[in-house]
Ligand binder design. Structure first.
Ligand SMILES: [Zn+2]
Length: 65
C-alpha cells in the first residue's frame, strides 16, 4: 500500500523518506511524514534530513538499500 504524509497527504513517499521517518521516529511507527513535514515536526530543515540520509547510506543502513 502506498504511504502518504499524515500531515499534508502528499504521496507517494519515497523509500528514502520512509527510511528517514523510521530512523528519526522509530521503526514501529505507523504514520509517515513527507520531507517537508518531517523537517517541520523535528524542527530542522529538509537539507539537514538529506544530509542524514546520506550519512545513513554511507553507513550501509539497511533502511536505505
Ligand atoms: Zn507532508
Amino acid at each position: 500500500m502506498e504511504k502518504e504524509c499524515v500531515a499534508c497527504g502528499k504521496k507517494p513517499l519515497s523509500k528514502d523518506t520512509i527510511g528517514i521517518n523510521k530512523k528519526m521516529l522509530g521503526k514501529g511507527i505507523a504514520n509517515f511524514y513527507c520531507m517537508n513535514c518531517l523537517a517541520d515536526y523535528l524542527g530542522c530543515t529538509v537539507d539537514d534530513l538529506l544530509d542524514k540520509i546520506e550519512e545513513f547510506k554511507a553507513e550501509g543502513c539497511s533502511l536505505f538499500q
